[in-house]
Every structure is written in structure tokens, then in C-alpha cells.
Design a protein. Structure first.
Length: 264
């Protein structure tokens, strides 16, 4: 029960495969109370109701690109949960150009603006709104999810590479200000390829997944493992970790080449 008494908001549980879904299950098991949120269109799929029931949580719809939605979400969450927040999980990402099948060298820039808004700027929006509403408790923890294409080229990851680079930069920059003001810590977790709706949308995902599995001494990290790592970051055991991009990838990021890749 390492999250006993803690309150939070979890963004991005779409279905049982979602990383946010696993985080919600584990946070509940560790004693936390939280509000679940997703885009209104995702809520219409209905799967999240099952999670809300299982974790005794309320759901509030919010499009992360809309200020008024985020303001309303945070005000209502503090009211529903009966106090300020101790943690926020931002587990949100979407590339419009990938969805529309546009190659990286043929991007539509309106689509790209939207991709950056949903996948990176929204993290700033959520933190800025929390700060303006003074909605975070001291020593609170905010976590987002990234991918190693922020540092290295994975050609099919397309414009999401830019989105993740920006996301990691916002993590550092906002982490500085939130740390100074309220001792709130802000980190990104750079996760292995994971079989979810967002992951599967990337062209050649199975190839990525198998390659990373062969390269990583521990193999790919699952969504359950990722959730466990998130829980440690929400707990009081990691109070001095902030402004970091933390690789959670079975060793992939520091492996030059593996025997399995050489022999395949
Ligand atoms: N799956 C992977 O291989 C992988 C690897 C590294 C990082 N990540 C990151 O993990 C995070 C979670 O993705 P996932 O793999 O669990 O997939 P997922 O598809 O289950 O989650 C993505 C979520 O973003 C939400 N979303 C999209 N647009 C939104 C909007 N306008 N407003 C609010 N919510 C919106 C979706 O509804 C969905 O719930 C993403 O940031 C993703 O980039 C995923």
C-alpha cells in the first residue's frame, strides 16, 4: 500500500492494453484514489467504465488540447477526491500524419501542429493548469511516457520523434519550475515498444517490437512492468528524482548490439 492516502489523475486508459489502464489497476491496489480521464471520443468506446468500476473511480472527459477541458478536469478532480493531488499520469499520444499514412518527408503541417499539441504541448497545459489552480500537494509526482526515438532515428516513428523530444524537454523545463515552487517532481519514462493501440499504429510495429526484444538483455518491458515503475515514481521512495528521462526498456538504450541481432 505504498500509495495509501494519495490522490491523483490518470490520463489515457483507452482499453485493457493501455499502459494507463495497468497503472490505474496497480495504483488502486496500492491504496491510491484517482479520477480517470480521456478524450470524449475515447469515452464513447465505453471500455473505461469497466476500469472505473473495478477501481472505484469517477471518469471526467477532457480533450488535452482544450484549456477549458483541462481546467474543468482539475477543479472537479480536487473536489471529487476531497483535496489536492499527489500524482498525475500523462499517458497520451497520437500522430495525425501517421494515422493519415503520410511519410515523414511529406508531412502536412496542420496535422503536425495537432500531433504536437496532443502529444507534447498538452503536458505543459496540464502542468500549467495544475500550477495556476495550486492543485498539487508538495512532494507530488507527475509522470509522462516517452520513447527512445526522441534521441535516435527510428524512421517509421515519423513526426512522433519530434513530439517525444519536445515532451522530454517540457519535462525538464517544467520540472525545474514546479520543483522550485512546490517540490513537485516531473519525469518521463522512456518505455519499450508495447502492444497497445498507440503502439500498433506505428508502421512496422511488429518489426520494432521483435528487434527491441532481441537487442534488450532483459527483453522488452511489458505494460505491467511499466505500470510498476510508474507506481514507484508516485511513491515517497523516489522523492528526489526529478527532470529525468528514465529508460524502462530492459537495457535496450545502452546496448550497442546483441548476439541475437548479429546472428539473425
Ligand atoms: N505502446 C508503445 O509502444 C509505447 C512505447 C513508448 C511510449 N509510449 C507512450 O505511452 C503513452 C500511452 O500509450 P499506450 O501505448 O498506452 O496507447 P493507448 O492508445 O492505449 O493510449 C494513448 C491514449 O491517448 C489518448 N488520447 C489521444 N488523443 C487525446 C486527446 N486529444 N485528449 C485526451 N486523450 C487523448 C487516447 O484516447 C489513448 O487513451 C503514449 O504517450 C505513447 O506514445 C507507448
Amino acid at each position: 500500500m505504498i500509495l495509501k492516502g494519495k490522490r491523483g489523475i490518470i490520463f489515457g486508459a483507452l482499453d485493457e492494453k493501455s499502459i494507463a489502464w495497468k497503472v490505474a489497476e496497480q495504483a488502486h491496489a496500492e491504496g491510491a484514489v484517482f479520477v480517470l480521464t480521456n478524450a470524449p471520443i475515447a469515452l464513447r468506446m465505453g471500455a473505461i467504465n469497466k476500469l472505473a468500476e473495478a477501481t472505484n473511480s469517477q471518469i471526467i472527459g477532457a480533450d488535452v488540447t482544450k484549456n477549458e477541458d483541462i481546467e474543468n478536469l482539475i477543479t472537479q478532480s480536487v473536489e471529487i477526491l476531497g483535496g489536492k493531488l499527489d500524482f498525475v499520469l500523462h499517458s497520451v499520444g497520437m500522430s495525425v500524419n501517421i494515422r493519415k499514412g503520410r511519410h515523414y518527408t511529406d508531412l502536412d503541417y496542420e496535422n503536425m501542429h495537432r500531433t504536437l499539441d496532443i502529444s507534447a504541448i498538452s503536458f505543459h497545459r496540464v502542468m500549467q493548469t495544475c500550477m495556476k489552480q495550486d492543485a498539487m500537494n508538495e512532494w507530488g509526482s507527475i509522470v509522462t511516457l516517452s520513447y527512445i526515438a526522441a534521441q535516435r532515428v527510428f524512421p517509421d516513428y515519423n513526426e512522433m520523434a519530434e513530439a517525444k523530444s519536445m515532451l522530454e524537454s517540457i519535462t525538464r523545463s517544467f520540472g525545474y519550475h514546479f520543483g522550485k515552487l512546490k517540490k513537485v517532481r516531473v519525469n518521463s519514462i522512456s518505455q519499450s515498444p508495447t502492444k497497445t493501440t498507440a503502439g500498433g499504429g506505428v508502421k512496422g510495429f511488429d518489426g520494432f517490437f521483435d528487434y527491441a526484444e532481441k537487442m534488450s538483455p532483459l527483453g522488452n518491458a511489458s505494460s505491467e512492468d511499466c505500470a510498476s515503475y510508474v507506481i514507484t515514481l508516485f511513491s515517497d521512495y523516489t522523492r528526489m528524482v526529478t527532470m529525468q528521462n528514465l529508460f524502462h526498456d530492459g537495457g535496450f538504450s545502452y546496448t550497442g548490439v546483441s548476439q541475437e541481432v548479429v546472428s539473425s
